[in-house]
Ligand binder design. Structure first.
Ligand code: HEM
Length: 495
């Protein structure tokens, strides 16, 4: 009894001391919120863009807030991002926080894990020749998913939610590309049908995990959701087990290298399959939602649609093409501008670093702040630069040629406070931990949009439907998803 009371008292003192934290000289403004320990947790998880904008108005572009027992320093001045994204891992650490999420979401723990080695290895599999073979494989798998007509319904209009359609198609083609095809049947058509059925099943299960992901990351699942998450993960672990992956054909070099790497490290089979599920999310979680916003903005902006259509015609893309060169894919300035504009409006990841040592951070305007060891530092480029009206006129609006110069070349000069910005759009992150899959994701999106434009007729069921609002709980986790889907119809073009 005495021990229990003593323990409770001890806990209260610790919580009190933590809550009593006061701002020291040279530290950013501190806002602990009204609730002890929780601080601003509710506002942060409900709609963090709204919350951080409110804090920015109150404190300026750097401040520290308390969120569920942690002190998070938020930096919103894009001129000052460079020292953060290029700082060494020993001071501002990327892996520590991602290890926490890896465990919480995917039950994955790696002992003595060398993040840089793994990243360097995977990066080489997503560049040069490897990138080119992944792109050709993606084109072939995309056709399997989109153009195989098992039921003879090719020329009939099909109605579907646009978000679900895009996520389904991109996920299935991306999954088959990286993880391989189902073992070959008597003929190619039969193999493709098998791939279609299998990848549709995988997407159905993956989608459940994706829907629970935010709550998993925040440890906020109800008892029923916990059960569902456990069974979904169990299914995916089995699906991506070492034995199962061995049965596949056309496995990518990316997969081979990663499997060998995990084996060389002596990682237990249980952990290997969990790592494969993590990779499934890291490689597929953003591409489908990006494809959705891309098609939706094209559908809502006819001038953008015809500009992209013209460009795709110029590269002579057609439905029977089985290869597409990187040179061709690298010469699409209009599409690149449309993609940049789409991601500017819809990519909202946190760039999170754990502060491992007391350190000082000098901002671009000369202000110097002390950062405390044990706190977390977060950049949220969605607010600034991406949605900053000082940088982008009518920043809420989609303008397909925003990233084009009048002569049609790529526009890269954007300004804030009269000074040119190095980081003016950051959907892929920046610096040391920038996305290593950017080229593959961009190629896949280009191929997808080209196939849709050349091989399909498609339109919104009700062209007047508004662009749906964001599901605001997903701020911080990459590409935003819509609060509700929007219906569209499509059919294969008759030549
Ligand atoms: C539209 C699609 C995508 C977007 C918007 C995106 C965005 C991002 C962002 C913002 C980060 C940096 C996180 C940080 O600094 O904290 C990141 C990292 C990463 N991305 Fe992507 N990504 C996409 C697609 C892909 C694809 C297709 C792959 C792989 C095939 C991939 C693999 C990775 C990996 C492995 C990292 C971690 C890099 C590191 O360890 O430093 N991503 N991504």
């Amino acid at each position: 009894m005495y021990t229990l009371s003593f323990f409770a008292l001890f806990l209260i003192i610790i919580l009190f001391l933590k809550w009593r934290r006061i701002r020291l000289p040279n530290e950013p403004p501190l806002d602990k919120g009204f609730l002890p320990w929780l601080g601003h947790a509710f506002a942060f998880s409900k709609d963090c863009a709204k919350f951080l904008l409110k804090m920015k108005k109150k404190y300026g572009d750097i401040f520290t807030v308390q969120v569920a027992g942690r002190y998070v320093t938020v930096l919103l001045d894009p001129h000052s991002f460079k020292p953060v994204v290029t700082e060494s891992n020993t001071k501002l650490n990327f892996t520590k926080y991602s290890a926490i999420l890896m465990d919480r979401i995917f039950n994955l723990q790696f002992p003595d894990y060398d993040h840089n080695k793994e990243k360097a290895l995977l990066k080489t599999q997503l560049q040069g020749k490897s990138l080119s073979s992944l792109t050709q494989a993606f084109l072939s798998n995309l056709k399997t998913v989109l153009l195989i007509d098992e039921n003879g319904t090719k020329n009939v209009w099909k109605k579907e939610g646009l978000f679900n359609f895009c996520y389904d198609v991109m996920f299935r083609a991306g999954y088959l590309t990286l993880y391989g095809n189902e073992a070959a049947q008597t003929n190619q058509q039969a193999s493709r049908v098998k791939d279609r059925i299998h990848s549709a099943q995988v997407y159905k299960i993956y989608k459940k995990l994706d829907q629970l992901l935010i709550k998993l990351a925040r440890s906020m699942l109800s008892a029923d959701e916990k059960k569902e998450a456990a069974s979904v993960k169990k299914y995916l672990w089995r699906l991506l087990s070492v034995e199962n992956l061995k049965t596949k054909v056309n496995r990518s070099n990316w997969l081979e290298s990663y499997c060998n790497h995990l084996q060389e490290l002596g990682i237990h089979h249980d952990m290997q399959e969990r790592a494969m599920v993590l990779q499934l999310w890291a490689t597929q979680g953003n591409v489908g939602p990006a494809a959705f916003w891309l098609l939706l903005f094209l559908l809502k902006h006819p001038e953008a649609m015809s500009a992209v259509q013209e460009e795709v015609k110029k590269i002579y893309f057609n439905c029977v093409m089985s290869t597409i060169s990187q040179e061709v894919l690298d010469n699409t300035p209009i599409f690149d501008s449309v993609l940049n504009e789409t991601l500017r409006l819809t990519a909202a990841p946190f760039i999170t670093r754990e502060i491992l040592q007391n350190m000082s951070l000098q901002l671009a305007d000369g202000r110097k702040y002390h950062l405390r060891k044990g706190d977390r530092l977060v950049l949220f480029p969605y607010l600034s630069p991406q949605m900053d009206p000082e940088i982008y006129e009518d920043s809420e609006k989609f303008k397909y040629d925003r990233f084009l110069n009048p002569d049609g070349t790529k526009k890269t000069d954007f300004f804030k406070g009269g000074k040119q910005l190095k980081y003016y759009n950051m959907p892929w992150g920046a610096g040391t931990n920038v996305c290593i899959g950017q080229s593959l994701a961009t190629n896949s999106l280009k191929v997808f949009v080209s196939v849709m434009l050349i091989c399909f007729e498609f339109q919104l069921t009700d062209p007047k439907t508004e662009v749906p609002a964001f599901n605001t709980s997903r701020y911080g986790f990459g590409l935003m998803q819509p609060e509700s889907d929007i219906m569209f119809q499509y059919k294969v073009k008759v030549e």
